[in-house]
Write a protein that binds this ligand. Structure first.
Ligand SMILES: Nc1ncnc2c1ncn2[C@@H]1O[C@H](COP(=O)(O)OP(=O)(O)OP(=O)(O)O)[C@@H](O)[C@H]1O
Ligand SMILES: [Mg+2]
Length: 265
């Protein structure tokens, strides 16, 4: 028997007043998956993350985490914001240790965890820097580190690398794959970049322009590990990028995938 999914959405709809943002979205996510959400601005990507985070409730349908309905935010479902959302008055290390101190973790253990996490996010030796002393990429690494330190089971990332230059962005993507290999944390990653989605994910979901439905799902079958970045030149990478591009351009997957995939299980 297949293992129970970590996250299960069954006909999830969400409305703001009279406007339907998500319309009967269904999908399942397994443990340790990395799934990206692509879709035009306003199609409901952030809304879906907010539902999974528990900041909002579906208008109808069921959204289950580990078999139980999501009714409120919880430490097992962590959000990484675009800006990193750091505390300016705390150093990198203190930012990472903050969530641990909230949970009553002893000081010595906090220090061990933050040392490990700083290394994991490529900031070994930079723990004493304040946010104003860091580059955008470093701040974003601390933002990821702060979330990782709390050991969530799922990380919800809303365009986390959109505000940095291309080289830093690629380095952060490769870093994230290393972190994923080390933690096996499930990741839902929202992006506008098809390349980023294909590079990071084992599945890519494309949301439709109107009506808040899912248009298509793509399996990404690239060899692992991918973090040397060379997969970006793999013919399968380029082929998938083209297929997803054409799907999004057409606004309908019919031309490229043959069928509209409403239920993405
Ligand atoms: N608080 C709100 N009240 C009313 N409508 C809202 C609210 N927040 C978002 N919306 C609407 O819901 C829709 C989906 O918004 P959402 O932020 O989920 O889109 P998105 O896919 O994340 O877009 P983007 O790529 O620009 O971030 C949009 O039409 C938006 O105008
Ligand atoms: Mg958004």
């Amino acid at each position: 028997m297949a293992p129970a999914p970590l996250l299960e959405a069954v006909d999830v709809s969400f409305t703001y007043g009279a406007s339907t943002v998500l319309d009967r979205v269904s999908f399942t996510l397994g443990s340790s998956e990395v799934v990206s959400l692509l879709g035009p601005s306003g199609c409901g990507k952030t809304t879906l993350l907010n539902l999974i985070a528990g900041f909002r409730q579906p208008s109808s349908g069921r959204l289950l985490f580990d078999g139980a309905p999501i009714t409120a935010p919880g430490p097992e479902r962590a959000v990484v914001f675009q800006s990193g959302a750091l505390f300016d008055w705390l150093t990198a290390r203190q930012n990472i240790e903050f969530s641990l101190s909230c949970r009553g973790v002893a000081k010595a253990e906090r220090r061990d965890v933050s040392e490990h996490v700083l290394e994991l996010v490529g900031l070994k030796g930079a723990g004493g820097l304040y946010p104003y002393e860091m580059s955008g990429g470093m701040r974003q690494r601390v933002g990821v580190g702060r979330v990782i330190a709390a050991r969530p089971r799922i990380m919800l990332m809303d365009e986390p690398f959109a505000a940095v230059d291309v080289q830093t962005r690629e380095a952060l993507q490769e870093e994230l794959l290393r972190i994923h290999a080390a933690t096996r944390c499930t990741i839902v990653f929202v992006t506008h970049s098809i390349e980023e989605a294909v590079f990071l994910s084992n599945r890519v979901f494309v949301l439709a322009k109107r009506g808040g439905t899912f248009d298509a799902a793509f399996d990404v079958a690239l060899p692992a590990p991918r973090w040397d970045g060379l997969n970006r030149l793999d013919p399968e990478f380029l082929r998938l990028r083209e297929r997803i591009y054409l799907t999004m351009k057409a606004g309908s997957p019919a031309a490229t995938t043959g069928a509209r995939a409403h239920a993405l299980t």
